[in-house]
Design a protein around this ligand. Structure first.
Ligand code: G3P
Ligand code: MG
Length: 343
């Protein structure tokens, strides 16, 4: 009660307070809620002695479905009502590209089947394709895998020999890295038209094919005992294969949605956008489990932060450049600690 009574008076006189929560490793382990996660959100949703509501968003390098779908799933799993406007995923930032690419053919990587093209279409991309569509067009693009009957049935009937690809958006973590690396190399080497003669570097530059990775996470915490390889590992493998094939390195604008290490100032565009427009708070707290993204992003954007175990392993520690404001055992403890600081 002391926390909230003081906060209530303070909240009337001081700028508003808000929280951003990472999802994997903080709120969920795989599909299961982490102990304390629901309670932490309920506290902020006003389930406290003073019914004081403190705004928050969920800010994740994850993705794979529309924000609406993700909000529905999270509300059901956590038993807390979360709206789609509170969800910022790795690929949410691709909404910025809809105007430029609405009617251009784009390849959407991640997930399975046509999941990512459906997300892209919900953003307004009208010619969004997947690697399943490419294999349905010509299975010899990747001789080691054949598209299942159900995926074939849902695949778009496109002649990619007559469909120049203008951009590759890695929405979410690819499932079959071999297929995706192969088709990305094809698109770059052939200047956008899969299977056509390779083009030289000057032509590639002229074609300006955008390659955007939405999530820089090398590792992420699921429900396995040790962190798992994430989209950042896929990017490393793509770039290694591309380089090893003696191709010049494409101008891979690894514009992750929002969380990245401090070396990539582009990555903070969305953090700054969140600072300036989406979030009218001036006292902001990020709660995450990955020092390389959650804490590095918060530190560089001037937010306070609390680190919880997940990707972060207390026996290993944290790099000096990625020190959080505080380290807590779990998200509920993190929320209460931060509130204590704000009063
Ligand atoms: O896509 C899986 C992973 O990178 C998401 O992680 O911790 O940002 O929710 P997180
Ligand atoms: Mg995480």
């Amino acid at each position: 009660p002391r926390h909230f009574r003081a906060l209530q008076t303070k909240s009337l006189t001081r700028p508003p307070l808000g929280f951003a929560f990472d999802i994997d490793g903080v709120l969920l382990a795989g599909s299961q809620p982490i102990p304390g996660a629901s309670r932490a959100l309920q506290i902020l949703n006003g389930d406290n002695q003073l019914n004081l509501k403190i705004p928050y968003i969920l800010l994740t390098n994850g993705g794979g479905s529309t924000e609406e779908e993700r909000a529905r799933k999270l509300s059901s799993r956590l038993g807390v009502e979360i709206s789609s406007s509170q969800i910022v995923q790795a690929h949410t930032v691709l909404k910025d590209f809809t105007q430029e690419y609405a009617d251009k053919a784009v390849l959407c990587l991640g997930g399975i089947g046509n999941q990512m093209s459906k997300v892209a279409e919900s953003y307004g991309f009208r010619r969004a394709y997947t690697t399943t569509d490419v294999l349905a067009w010509n299975s010899s693009v990747w001789p080691f895998m054949h598209v299942s009957g159900s995926d074939l049935a849902s695949a778009k009937q496109i002649d990619f020999s007559r469909t120049p690809i203008s951009a590759v958006f890695v929405f979410h973590d690819p499932r079959n890295w071999g297929v995706d690396v192969q088709i990305m190399c094809d698109i770059i080497q052939s200047g956008g038209v899969i299977g056509s003669p390779y083009v030289d570097s000057a032509t590639r530059r002229d074609r300006k094919i955008q390659i955007i990775f939405c999530n820089p996470d090398l590792l992420w915490k699921s429900d396995f005992a040790r962190p798992r390889l994430g989209q950042g590992a896929f990017r490393e493998s793509f770039q290694a294969v591309f380089k090893a094939a003696e191709l010049d390195r494409v101008n891979v604008s690894s514009r992750p949605a929002w969380k990245t290490d401090s070396s990539n100032d582009v990555g903070f565009d969305l953090f700054l956008l969140l600072n300036q427009s989406l979030i009218q708070w001036t006292r902001r707290w990020m709660i995450g489990d990955n020092p390389e993204s959650d804490i590095a992003g918060a530190n560089a954007a001037g937010w306070s932060s609390v680190l919880v175990p997940g990707v972060y392993d207390p026996t290993v520690g944290v790099r000096p450049t990625h020190e959080p404001t505080h380290i807590a055992q779990n998200v509920e403890e993190a929320v209460l600690w931060a509130i204590e600081r704000e009063i």
